[in-house]
Design a protein around this ligand. Sequence first.
Ligand code: ZN
Ligand code: FE
Length: 255
Amino acid sequence: MPLELVTIACLKDNYAYLLHDTASGHTTVIDVPDAGPILTALASRNWHLDQILLTHHHADHIQGVPELVAATQAAVLGAKADQHRLPPLTRALVEGDTVKIGPETAQVLDVSGHTMGHIAFHLPTSGYAFTADSLMAGGCGRLFEGSPATMWASLGKLASLAPETFICSGHEYTASNLAFAATIEPGNSALTARIERVTLARAEGRATVPSRLSGELATNPFLRAGLLHIKLAVGLPDASDAEVFAEIRRRKDHF
Ligand code: ZN
Ligand code: FE
């Protein structure tokens, strides 16, 4: 049985995620944009929060931590590289570390690019990856601190996970991400079909996350920069994969 996953909408377009193990009662949250909706989700299920995992230092992912810790006394884990700009950590993490989540073990990946020190949590048994603002549904985070080459390498780590992995990303940006994707690859039928599904989901007020990695590999232009037809589409047939990624990211910044 995979861990139970609860997607919690916070603020304007952020997501936090709860992971819960029924047998042990263990509960972990990934990112804390706002304590209120997380406390409500916990209370309605009668769950006690044990652990908070943080992906990166941006306020919209951490600002509810003090209130959530005060209410639950949960442990706080985040990147060692971000220790100076995160709330006080119970434990500082580097790539290759593991974190117990009930009976499961999460692997810590360095997915720097959006920020330097951004980490992701991969649970191979349940098949979840918590990617926040690195790999996103239909897109990737803006490059505030890292180079295109750094982000391309980070996305490569996530792209190599099992294709059925659920990508649990940090924002409801999917519709605009896919509208941009269609400017790069208008003839991609998997992309066209995904846009239809996402449009319907948003019209019904449903979240478009998590998304399957297989679907990202088929439709997310930021994972497809190494394909020859994408290089041709952006006019860079002889460029490196990272250079093509950089060009797609530059275009998205101005979309
Ligand atoms: Zn961010
Ligand atoms: Fe964010």
